[in-house]
Structures are given as C-alpha cells and as structure tokens.
Design a protein around this ligand. Sequence first.
Ligand code: ZN
Length: 168
Amino acid sequence: MKNKKELFQAPLIEISSDAVDEIKRHVAACPDHETGGILLGHSASEEKKIVEMATGPGPKALHSKRYFVRDTSYCQSVYERHFYQNGWEYIGDWHSHTRCHAFRGLPLECPNFPSAGDVMTLDAVLHDKDYDFDAFLMLLALPSRSGINIKVYVEKREGICEVPYVVV
Ligand SMILES: [Zn+2]
C-alpha cells in the first residue's frame, strides 16, 4: 500500500515577482490585522500552477487580528477583468497571519501554519460543485522580524500539504 506522500505528488508552483511584491505591500500596510485576496494565473495541469497575480482584499473586506473576510464582489470583478483580458483563472487564495503579540504579558507564538478554519475553508472550496478544482492553492504571508515570509499550501482530495515554490 502506498503511503500518503507517494499518493500526494506536490505540484510545481511558480509565483510571479509582481504577485509576491503585491502581497508584501498589502501585508506591510496592514501589519496588525489579517489581510488577503485571491490568486490568479494558470492551472497548467494538476501538477503545475503558475500564479501571475495576487489581488488585494478590496474596500469592503473585514480585517481582524484572528481572521479576514475578503470583499468578494471586488475580487470577482478583478478576476473577471483578467480572465477576459489574459485568460487567467482563479487558482487560489492568500491571507496573512498577524505578527507575534503578547497576551497578558506572555508572548504568543505566531501561528505559522494554516488554522483549523483555513483548512475547513479550503475543504469547502475543493468540494464546492460550482467550482471544478483538482487542486487549490493557499498562500500564507507571515510577518517576522526579518521580513514577510511566504508559505504555499495545496489542497487536494488527498489532503493539504505545504509545497515548495519558485519566484519567477
Ligand atoms: Zn489563516
């Protein structure tokens, strides 16, 4: 019997430097609350994803220290524009987690992995019949002392897994 790792072939992820810059710009502008947006690009195959662009959250997004709700109609309109202009598809979401902060004088660890809520959201997208995803990306932007770290996760029917990526 194959183990989970053999069943789960990690996709090749390429992220444009424009998308990375845009994410870092939004996170730097909103360091104390979560922010995010959607990822547009190409799903060349189940095993290859190219992120061309990351949107911002939109003017009606809700930001808090612990969660973020994007402005869906804003993200939808950006997606539609780029779908018609460039043929870019909706291939994933991104959001930030807030910097470490103290609670009653005790330092809290930065959650540098998807929360239970993040995983449930991904599951819901993957199993939504309105979409037809074989794999869906979730990018986390994690502020640290040395800058903003980006981690990429992919949700497939087999489960969720952190995957390596290259910036192009
Ligand atoms: Zn999260």
